[in-house]
Unconditional design. Structure first.
Length: 176
């Protein structure tokens, strides 16, 4: 005979999982929908001068926290830290081309890591002495959004590790 208590618990779990999946789909859609952002372009490389107040109106709160307030996402939580699909990574804030997937490598640090940018001026570098550490911050070369940090422990040929936050990256897979 079926135990209805266990059946009810199973149905509740399935319902919660389905709702959570729908919420994640909606969040993913919001993240890739740039219709509210007049500054997003994958072809325009002109430097942007937009106030943080304006970015705050346009960007989702979690993206704003990382991009404009130099926050970070939890290690192993971002959608691109383990991705190995071929394609191009862009700044989610402005659409600036940043990295090819061919420069991505598994660093086991919990964030997507790359050994080189798509072009030298794709990013800019700033000294970061916060949290009692000496690091080099990486910002988007077009909109100056915080992307992550760069370290000298990457693979050849550059020996660099661009340790980036998934939330500030937009990914376009190559066409098959």
């Amino acid at each position: 005979m079926l135990n209805f208590k266990w059946l009810n618990m199973l149905l509740c779990c399935l319902f919660i999982t389905a709702c959570s999946s729908a919420q994640n789909d909606e969040k993913e859609k919001k993240m890739t929908d740039h219709s509210n952002n007049p500054y997003y372009s994958r072809t325009d490389t002109a430097h942007l001068h937009v106030s943080d107040a304006e970015w705050k109106k346009i960007l989702p709160a979690d993206v704003y926290r990382i991009a404009r307030l130099a926050g970070t996402e939890y290690a192993f939580s971002g959608k691109y830290w383990k991705t190995d699909v071929k394609g191009m990574y862009y700044c989610v804030v402005c659409g600036n081309p940043l990295f090819r997937s061919t420069a991505k490598f598994s660093s086991s640090c919990g964030w997507p890591s790359f050994y080189e940018t798509i072009r030298p001026n794709s990013v800019q570098y700033l000294d970061d002495n916060t949290h009692g550490m000496q690091r080099t911050e990486v910002r988007c070369g077009r909109c100056e959004s915080h992307l992550g940090h760069i370290f000298d422990d990457g693979p050849p040929p550059t020996y660099k590790r661009f340790c980036m936050n998934s939330l500030v990256l937009d990914f376009e897979p190559d066409e098959k």
